[in-house]
Ligand binder design. Structure first.
Ligand SMILES: [Zn+2]
Length: 113
């Protein structure tokens, strides 16, 4: 599954941060997921226990924050909040956009005990 692969690399990323910062006993990770990232937060939650099983993140909690997809129309320069399945400019019905926000997944915070 797509999300499981994403989580595996997430565990790897967090492992790197934890080692670099000298953190111990991670309790919770806070992740921002962009609406246009193609990642489904619900699936991430479902896959999480399997992804962290037998890693240092086993028994940690996952908190997801959804970041709205903000795009700018290249035709009329209108900036608007876009849903991934309905990407059409409300100003000119154009379909040529620059994504300003909500296109990726970011580790927002690592909470330790
Ligand atoms: Zn437009």
């Amino acid at each position: 599954m797509h999300e499981l692969g994403i989580l595996s690399s997430l565990v790897h990323t967090i492992d790197g941060i934890v080692k670099k910062e000298g953190l111990t006993e991670v309790e919770k990770v806070v992740i921002e997921v962009g609406e246009l990232s193609g990642i489904v937060p619900r699936y991430l939650e479902q896959c999480y226990p399997a992804a962290v099983y037998k890693t240092f993140m086993e028994n940690t909690e996952l908190e997801l924050i959804t970041v709205p997809g903000i795009v700018k129309c290249r035709e009329c320069e209108l900036v608007f909040n876009a849903a991934a399945n309905d990407l059409c400019c409300p100003g000119c019905s154009g379909q040529n956009f620059e994504i300003l926000e909500g296109n990726d997944m970011v580790v927002k915070e690592i909470v330790c005990r």
